[in-house]
Structure formats: structure tokens, C-alpha cells
Design a protein around this ligand. Structure first.
Ligand code: PLP
Length: 432
């Protein structure tokens, strides 16, 4: 495989960009290589600057659920670009997208659009504190909720990959009100609730995707809803990754629970920077200009991003790719397990709708600790094997692979073939 141009750009990029990237996982640090520089994408495929073609299973870490270059989305975006980029004033499209979102999330009467998932979650922290008058927040080890200070502890993928506990530059005062519990361990939550009567909210990824895909047990998630409600603690369900991914709507409905505050991002912006947080009226009425909680944004509700969001959600509703996602993900799971077994490799596969993750371990993976026991050396070899076979997956054991709605039968054969070839490499000892 020719990577000449990517390597050149990587060297050049390091001069004025930090590690030649604008987000750390893109640096390929955990797979010990140099990042690929991408040039264009179309449908299910992405092309690097050396002209190599890959089936894209990163999909910009989730947003590109329709694949790249959906005609309806392009049309809507082009139309808006010619009409005006941003006005710093309200537009009709914001009302339309708000209506679409609130109609699909039963617990949301009102929504506020922001510019990223991080911004949605950090606003949700402020809102939960404003509404409850309490200060502590509780999160789960391995869940990632964006890079705001208060939630940047035990935060999954990017941090797990780099093996740094939290981050430099986060004062201990910023996390002293953050409590950590274990995913799928309700007693670890109960303990905090018993010990602390100042908890404003519990934050959770309803399906964790940032320690690899980890599902909550039915018991755990239902009990979490019950005990938070009983204690007057808000349940903030971070659907930035899961929103519109596994059904039209969120994971909440599939799991049979309802959030007090829901956070969205990724798919809701159709590839443009959009985040959102929403809740029932009495909570959202705390937010300025109706209430005393301040939160603002120069580009929030940006017209081009709103057009992309509306057209993406409309297309998703029309296409209804969710059954296809389940079937394709099941096929990929089967292929992964068969290839591993044929090569004597221990593998566990977790999946939920269009999110899927092979873990190089013989054990089940139900929380962050178990995820971290994976053999990341094996993952690294598998990763490069897939790249060589034209499949682009996230460069980390702890990131979900995503499916898009335009994945064809031919793409599926290619993916399965690549899995078989790459799995053979996992046991090879690399001689430099
Ligand atoms: C990606 C993600 C975020 C952060 O969103 P950004 O748009 O990257 O700021 C927050 N929560 C979850 C669950 C995510 O997957």
C-alpha cells in the first residue's frame, strides 16, 4: 500500500498543528503508526491522499450515518449556503429541526441547539445544577461525555488509548464534585447516593461507545432510572453517539427508560457541527432567556448545519435502515467470531444496532475494567490488516465501528473478506 503522500502531509502538518491533528484519536498513536490523510468520500467509501480506497466504518465517528454525499443533504446544504451562512438571528429551520427532535424523544418538550456534543453535555451539567440546586454529578468509568473539565475523569477511548488519567490542566476543584461509578454495577451508584445528598445528576451513555461498545443490562438501566428518580437526581442520558443510530430516535426507547435531560450531537447535524440538549418544559424553562441559567452561542442553530440536520433526519426516516443495520451487524459479528476461531484467537464481539466492536479477549466486556483487559497488540495488527485490505475502522480498540445506510452487498463481502485476511495477521510475529 502506498502511503507516501499521507506521510509527507503528516511531517508537514506537525509544524503548525499539534501532532498534525485537531483531535487526538486521529493521530493513530494507539496503533503505532502515522495517520492517513483523507481527501474525499462518496457513499460508503473514503479515499486518502494517495488514492487508496476504503470502506468507511469510522464515518467521522458517527455523524455520516447516510454515508457520504447523500444527494438530498447536498441539495439542502447548497441551497442554504447560497441563501446565507449565518445571521445571528432565529430562522424557521431551527423550529423545524427542534420539532423533529422533540417529536422523536418523548421526554423532550424543548431543545436548545449548540455546536458540539461537548457543549451539549457541559450545558446539561449547568442545567442539572440550576434545576436541582445541587452540585455533585456522577458518571461511569469508561463513559465519555466530551472534553469539559468536570467530566474529564475516567473518560474512555481517547484517554484510555493514551493511558492518561484525566487530563493535565484540569484543576482538582473542577472534578471534586464528580463521582465515579462502575458501568453495569448498580451498587456502586447506590453507595454514592447513600453517601452524598448533593447529587444533581447522573450522566450515562445509554449504550457505551467510548470504551468500545458496552451494553447496559436491562436490570441495571431500569434500576438506575428508578433510584435516581426516588432520590430526586436527574438522569442525563448522553445520546450524542446513540441518537438516531439504532432506531429513529434514541437508545432510551429501545431500553425502555426516559431521561430527564437528553444530549444529542453527531447524527443530528448530518456532518455539520451541531449538538443539542433537551428536556421537559419545567427543566428547559430554567434556560435563558426564559430562566436564570445562562447559555449562549454565536453560531448556535447555524442555518447550514440546521439544513444538514433536517435533511439527514428526513432521509433517515424515509430510508428506515435500522433492520438492515441489525442484519448487517449480525453478519459482521459472525464473520469476526468465525475468523477469530479459525485462527485460534480469543475474541468477544459487542454490538448494538449499527455500532459494533470486536474485543481481543476471551471474556465478556461489560465495563471499563474488562474492556481494558483486551490485547491491544492483537488489535493493532488486526487494524493494519484491515487498512491494507481497504477497510477503514477507528484506530483504537476502544472506539465503536459504525455502519452507514448505503453499505451494499458488495461492500459486505469486501468487509468479510478483509476480516478473514486481517485476522490471519494477528498471530504473525512482525519482523521489522
Ligand atoms: C462524541 C461524544 C461526545 C462529544 O461530542 P463532540 O461533538 O466530539 O464534542 C459526547 N458524548 C458522547 C457519548 C460522544 O460519543
Amino acid at each position: 500500500m502506498n502511503n507516501t503522500k499521507s506521510k509527507e502531509l503528516f511531517n508537514e502538518g506537525q509544524k503548525h498543528l499539534v501532532g498534525a491533528v485537531n483531535s487526538p484519536v486521529r493521530a493513530f498513536n494507539s496503533v503505532g503508526g502515522k495517520p492517513l490523510f483523507m481527501q474525499r468520500a462518496e457513499g460508503s467509501k473514503i479515499y486518502d491522499v494517495d488514492g487508496n480506497e476504503y470502506i468507511d466504518m469510522v464515518l467521522s465517528y458517527g455523524p455520516m450515518i447516510l454515508g457520504h454525499g447523500n444527494e438530498k443533504v447536498i441539495e439542502a446544504v447548497q441551497k442554504q449556503v447560497c441563501t446565507g451562512f449565518t445571521f445571528g438571528a432565529s430562522t424557521e429551520d431551527e423550529i423545524t429541526l427542534a420539532g423533529m427532535v422533540c417529536d422523536t424523544f418523548p421526554g423532550m418538550d424543548k431543545v436548545r441547539f449548540v455546536n458540539s456534543g461537548t457543549e451539549a453535555v457541559l450545558s446539561a451539567i449547568r442545567l442539572a445544577r440550576a434545576y436541582t440546586g445541587k452540585n455533585h454529578i456522577l458518571k461511569f468509568a469508561g463513559c465519555y461525555h466530551g472534553h469539559s473539565d468536570a467530566l474529564l475523569v475516567a473518560a474512555g477511548s481517547g484517554l484510555a488509548t493514551l493511558s492518561i488519567p484525566g487530563s493535565a490542566g484540569v484543576p482538582k476543584e473542577a472534578v471534586q464534585n464528580t463521582l465515579i461509578a462502575e458501568y453495569n454495577d448498580i451498587d456502586s451508584v447506590k453507595k454514592h447516593i447513600e453517601e452524598c445528598d448533593d447529587i444533581a445528576a447522573v450522566f450515562i451513555e445509554p449504550i457505551a461507545g467510548n470504551m468500545g461498545v458496552v451494553k447496559p443490562t436491562d436490570e441495571f438501566i431500569k434500576e438506575l432510572r428508578t433510584i435516581t428518580k426516588a432520590a430526586g437526581i436527574l438522569l442525563v442520558i448522553d445520546e450524542v453517539m446513540t441518537g438516531f443510530r439504532s432506531k429513529f430516535g434514541g437508545a432510551q426507547e429501545l431500553l425502555g427508560i426516559e431521561a430527564d435531560i437528553t444530549c444529542l450531537g453527531k447524527v443530528v447535524g448530518g456532518g455539520f457541527p451541531v449538538g443539542a440538549y433537551g428536556a421537559r418544559n419545567e427543566i428547559m424553562e430554567m434556560v435563558s432567556p426564559l430562566g436564570a441559567m445562562y447559555q449562549a452561542g454565536t453560531l448556535s442553530g447555524n442555518p447550514v448545519a440546521m439544513a444538514a440536520g433536517i435533511s439527514t433526519l428526513s432521509e433517515l426516516k424515509t430510508q428506515n435502515p435500522y433492520d438492515k443495520f441489525n442484519a448487517q451487524a449480525a453478519t459482521i459479528e459472525k464473520a469476526l467470531l468465525a475468523a477469530a476461531s479459525a485462527n485460534g484467537i480469543e475474541l468477544t464481539v459487542n454490538r448494538f444496532g449499527s455500532m459494533i466492536n470486536p474485543f481481543f479477549t476471551s471474556k465478556t466486556v461489560t465495563n471499563f475494567e474488562e474492556a481494558q483487559e483486551c490485547n491491544t497488540e492483537q488489535f493493532t495488527k488486526f487494524f493494519w490488516g484491515l487498512i491494507e485490505n481497504g477497510i477503514y475502522i477507528p484506530p483504537s480498540q476502544f472506539e465503536a465501528w459504525f455502519l452507514c445506510s448505503v453499505l451494499s452487498e458488495e461492500d459486505m463481502s469486501k468487509i468479510i473478506n478483509a476480516i478473514n485476511n486481517a485476522m490471519k495477521k494477528v498471530n504473525e510475529t512482525v519482523t521489522a
